[in-house]
Design a binder for this molecule. Structure first.
Ligand SMILES: [Fe+2]
Length: 259
């Protein structure tokens, strides 16, 4: 299938599970069932037979070389991730989850995602000063763009019953923190296939909000993140300067995901 980009030809082959950029294979890394043992609702689901099953593929810097100068100018990378529809011991397939480091004034690097195919729930979570946790579950469909706000850990969950293909734009210079979520045995909520959720007992005092994704008003719903970035990199200054979400976009409201 063709992915939403016109400045580069990105095609995902569903049978090969490969991504091609202008006809050339994009290298990828994988995440296997066995690597998820610290973050699952039912870690005992992992066994010798399934531990090497691949549940998602990460195509880092997909198509970036075609427009390397403009990506390098702002230390931004564009990645594509394909997440299988795999029953993870009763959970929907999800990513490990991570936090980003602080970049300025106590604010961590934000990130922006786009659903290229399928349907996602983005689990955003933040620990408050009093030790309680705020969780936002953002339901996103093809074409939706969702900001991972500064200081929120985030997990992508494939709820669509098919492969989920998502893209992200993010600063290319930092290393994410995966250990904090592993130490807590996963995110604050486990989203189960049988239409229910379970709060992870490691987290105390969890508040949960549900939202439908709303593409930020400075972006075009129809245009993909790759093309948006190439044509208007200044719209993405906030990826390096999270304070821009609070100043220039001071109307930005995490609870409603828009400006
Ligand atoms: Fe991230």
């Amino acid at each position: 299938m063709k992915l939403n980009a016109s400045n580069v030809d990105l095609e995902y082959d569903e049978s090969e599970k490969m991504l091609y950029s202008d006809g050339v294979e994009v290298p990828f890394s994988t995440r296997k069932v066995g690597e998820m043992k610290d973050v699952l609702f039912r870690p005992d689901f992992i066994n010798e037979k399934n531990k090497n099953d691949i549940i998602y593929r990460m195509f880092r810097n997909a198509g970036v070389s075609k427009n390397q100068t403009i990506f390098d100018a702002h230390n931004i990378r564009y990645d594509v991730t394909s997440i299988e529809d795999y029953d993870l011991g009763g959970e929907f397939t999800k990513t490990l989850g991570h936090y980003h480091p602080i970049v300025e004034n106590g604010l961590a690097y934000p990130e922006i995602y786009e659903v290229l195919f399928g349907e996602a729930v983005y689990l955003l979570q933040k620990k408050n000063e009093n030790g309680s946790y705020e969780v936002i579950l953002v339901h996103a469909k093809k074409g939706d763009k969702v900001i991972m706000p500064p200081n929120y850990g985030h997990i992508s969950i494939n709820i669509g019953g098919s492969v989920l293909i998502e893209a992200n734009l993010v600063n290319s210079t930092f290393t994410s923190d995966y250990q904090s979520i592993k130490n807590m045995h996963g995110g604050a909520v486990y989203v189960l296939r049988k239409d229910n959720m379970v709060v992870n007992k490691e987290y105390k005092d969890v508040s949960i909000a549900h939202q439908d994704a709303k593409t930020p008003e400075f972006l075009d719903q129809a245009k993909g993140l790759y093309d948006e970035y190439i044509s208007q990199p200044k719209h993405f200054v906030f990826l390096n300067r999270p304070e821009f979400l609070l100043w220039s976009h001071d109307r930005w409201d995490i609870s409603s995901q828009h400006f």
